[in-house]
Design a protein around this ligand. Structure first.
Ligand code: ZN
Length: 78
């Protein structure tokens, strides 16, 4: 029995239930929209990017808002 490993697994389980411990700095994702569209959504130190037309004029869109809902407190709210 590897007790050190058991301890690490228990800690991982605890961390996973406390997402407030996690802060994303940068990431990029592909989000499947309606009508078979796929959008590249990016996040870098508080700033969002999306390749859709709505984002170009407003600076946010359904894709960035969806990611905010998924990630919740794991990203810095502007
Ligand atoms: Zn978008």
């Amino acid at each position: 029995m590897d007790y050190a490993l058991i301890g690490k697994i228990e800690k991982a389980k605890m961390y996973a239930t406390e997402p407030e411990r996690i802060q994303f700095d940068n990431f990029s994702v592909r989000l499947s929209g309606d009508n078979e569209s796929v959008h590249d959504v990016g996040y870098k130190e508080g700033d969002w990017q999306c390749d859709c037309q709505f984002f170009k004029t407003r600076g946010f869109c359904s894709h960035t808002m969806a990611m905010e809902r998924v990630l919740g407190e794991m990203i810095t709210q502007a």
